[in-house]
Design a protein around this ligand. Sequence first.
Ligand code: NAP
Length: 236
Amino acid sequence: MEKKVALITGAYKGLGLEIARQLGQQGIIVLLGARSIEKAEVAAAELREEKIEARGVELDVTDSTHISSATEWIESEYGRLDILVNNAGIYLDHLGNTLDVMRSSFEVNVFGPQALSEALLPLLKASPAGRIVNQSSILGSLGTLLSDEMLGSASAPAYTTSKAALNAWTVQLSIRLKTTNVKVNACHPGWVKTDMGGDGAPMEISEGAETAVWLATLPADGPTGGFFHKEEALPW
Ligand SMILES: NC(=O)c1ccc[n+]([C@@H]2O[C@H](COP(=O)([O-])OP(=O)(O)OC[C@H]3O[C@@H](n4cnc5c(N)ncnc54)[C@H](OP(=O)(O)O)[C@@H]3O)[C@@H](O)[C@H]2O)c1
């Protein structure tokens, strides 16, 4: 059987690199996207040392030239894509509650995944079991932000609204793709020890990658249009 091919964005470090590692350990060919080709190659070389079939791709998700070059390259090399993990994300709210922060956050956390997924949809549809995983956050759950437990503790307007928009778009895309072989789900990795999550986070990166890996490898009877953490559905 042909090996599956997966593209993971923001794969130079943190959750993206680990998702690529865990997919690669399952025998999937992993294409590691990073903002520069140098970073992408460093990350791919690290996984190749671990006997994983890994290749680097220059992919700043806000750059339309990168998106079209990556799409053309994947088409010419593989003719299809089985898994897209829209993992790249930024948290900028510490820079202030400004429109610039809001715009930049939406560029990476919402418009990037949207533009990349649209470009790659024909290749995902060419797969017998296309899977799109949108790396979201529990902070994008409006129900959770309003809960007694969270109220007042998550003041991050740009991050939360961009992840909520990513969630809403996940649902929209899943409706559009309902009659195809492509499933699309949103993922909350947990609060994870990465550069973004910080040292105080309770979860190790290996555990944080597990939800995205599960969603990326869902069987034919798996869910689509959902929001999950550790195989449990989360409130929107
Ligand atoms: N860590 C957590 O606790 C947590 C919780 C919930 C959700 N998440 C989500 O999980 C995802 C990964 O987060 P992480 O914790 O692994 O963060 P991280 O360590 O900061 O890694 C983020 C990665 O995204 C890349 N990136 C940023 N802007 C990009 C762009 N325009 N194009 C392509 N790549 C870009 C970064 O690239 P550079 O290396 O070039 O900077 C970096 O490799 C994010 O979507 C985040 O919102 C994380």
